[in-house]
Design a protein around this ligand. Structure first.
Ligand SMILES: Cc1cc2nc3c(=O)[nH]c(=O)nc-3n(C[C@H](O)[C@H](O)[C@H](O)COP(=O)(O)OP(=O)(O)OC[C@H]3O[C@@H](n4cnc5c(N)ncnc54)[C@H](O)[C@@H]3O)c2cc1C
Length: 458
């Protein structure tokens, strides 16, 4: 009986076999859980990836940590391209590589979304998870613990029993909508007022990359910008971010000819790299950018949300997936530790919600930094000082980008310490045009006074 009870208890049904769904399925299946995963789309390993959204993603330490626990890091890293820093393309054509970290131990990685998803599905299946494709969640009977799925190919429905549901079904989560019909989740979506379009830089004639491969390229232009991330097949995915209104904006740049005129004026060095600019602009969808806030992520012991379904964010810190993977590690640990399912969900929410809020805020702030500050003199002096302070006080002054991307300091702690650090940088550089004129005794004393040592394992 005990063994049977244990088996029933350790059952879970995940909605969505995207990035988070596949990682959570693997982590739980490896711990001996019975895991069913229902995915609206077909199996990308059979019919090719039909993801639609951004083609590559920046993977950082938090994401890699989850992948190591899931046994997927080696396979993912075999197709990842290292990005050492931002290659800033100034309006006058100059370029400058601004390193993200100290050396090549502190870098981020560009991974192909489709290839990543395929690897994650493979490891989930190998770990024993049961994957069901072409099953879009349609409705949920929470009291009866029954969920109904529709096969988009046949339009037929199927109803299955569940112990608990996990919503890993992305920003437009159907599970979230079903939960909202039962309880007020305190849902609020803030639109950024900017959108994006993906374009492509193909390989050069000799098959090599056309521009420096080991960097995230940025063309900052004040209210708007372009970025480009490398792919292992020697292409780059370019993303053009523009406001929805004003000049220029998606209201004024409406077709391929408008896009060409914009690039001729503002991104002339990028233009010859994108031979299919007009085609890409007219045929690729315009992506929406928004932040999703919820006050609660779970419905008793019946359902819980994670990843984009719980806290979609704007992509400017490259952390949405990394954060979603960290959610998976946290939820798997809480579920394993606490046999009371509702308590496990509540603990998961208590741990992760404040951290999600912090990274959502940092992602919004990073848009301003990328599009408007990386080519500004005050900012560059502050960055120099930041580097010097990180060398002088490695246990106390850890740059915010480092805490977010190369360490696993809780996001909320990174946000708090980052705010103190930013204030210090502004205060100390005010009225100076070089670091040579700083009073270093005062600088060191202020760092010691305002920043406690950061635990070396975080
Ligand atoms: C332009 C852009 C760039 C980005 N860049 C980065 C980056 O560099 N680094 C980073 O860390 N993050 C980045 N992100 C964020 C990242 O894409 C997301 O945070 C991540 O995909 C979230 O994973 P998820 O599993 O929660 O959701 P998703 O990856 O969206 O997966 C959801 C899955 O659920 C399925 N599904 C949907 N509805 C249903 C249903 N009714 N029933 C069953 N299945 C369903 C979907 O088909 C999909 O497979 C970026 C996002 C954008 C838009």
């Amino acid at each position: 009986m005990a063994a049977d009870g244990e088996r029933i208890e350790r059952r879970i049904t995940i909605i969505g076999a995207g990035l988070a769904g596949a990682v959570l399925a693997t982590l739980l299946a490896r711990r001996g859980w019975h895991v069913d995963v229902f995915e609206k789309r077909g199996d990308p390993r059979v019919q090719g990836y039909a993801g639609g959204r951004s083609i590559n993603l920046a993977l950082a330490e938090r994401g890699r940590h989850a992948l190591r626990l899931a046994g997927g890091d080696d396979a993912v890293m075999a197709q990842a391209v290292m990005m050492r820093g931002r290659m800033v393309h100034f309006a006058d054509g100059r370029t400058d590589l601004q390193r993200y970290g100290r050396d090549d131990s502190e870098v981020i990685w560009s991974v192909h979304r489709g290839e990543l998803n395929v690897i994650l599905l493979d490891i989930a299946e190998r770990a024993g998870a049961h994957l069901h494709f072409d099953r879009g969640l349609e409705s949920v009977d929470f009291p009866g613990r029954r969920a109904t799925f529709r096969d988009p190919r046949t339009n037929l429905t199927e109803t299955v029993d569940f112990a608990s549901l996990v919503g890993a079904d992305g920003a437009g989560s159907a599970l979230r909508a079903a939960m909202s019909a039962e309880v007020d989740l305190g849902e609020r979506t803030e639109h950024l007022g900017h959108a994006y379009k993906e374009l492509e830089i193909p390989p050069a004639q000799d098959g090599d990359f056309r521009i420096e491969p080991n960097a995230l390229h940025i063309w900052p232009r004040g209210r708007y910008m372009c970025i480009a991330l490398p792919n292992d097949e020697h292409t780059f995915t370019v993303t053009l971010f523009l406001p929805n209104e004003g000049e220029p904006s998606f209201a004024t740049v409406r077709n391929g000819a408008d896009a060409r005129a914009l690039f001729e004026r503002d991104f002339p060095d990028a233009l010859p790299l994108i031979p299919n600019l007009e085609h890409d602009f007219e045929h690729h969808p315009t992506g929406i950018l928004a932040t999703l806030y919820l006050e609660r992520w779970h419905l008793a012991d019946r359902a819980v949300l994670l990843g984009d379904a719980a806290h979609a964010m704007v992509p400017f810190h490259g952390q949405g997936m990394n954060c979603a993977f960290e959610d998976c590690v946290s939820l798997a640990e809480h579920l394993d530790r606490n046999r009371d399912r509702e308590a496990a969900f509540a603990e998961f929410q208590a741990e992760r919600l404040p951290n999600a809020r912090a990274i959502q805020q940092m992602a919004l702030e990073n848009y301003l930094e990328m599009r408007d500050r990386v080519d500004n003199d005050d900012y560059l002096l502050q960055r120099d000082l930041e580097r010097r302070l990180a060398e002088r006080h490695p246990d106390r002054f850890v740059p915010r980008y480092t805490m977010v991307s190369f360490r696993r300091v809780p996001y909320a702690v990174a946000y708090e310490r980052g705010t103190v650090q930013r204030e210090l940088l502004v205060e100390l550089t005010r009225g100076h045009s070089s670091l040579d004129t700083l009073d270093w005794d005062r600088v060191d004393a202020l760092v010691r006074e305002r920043l406690s040592p950061l635990a070396s394992n975080s």
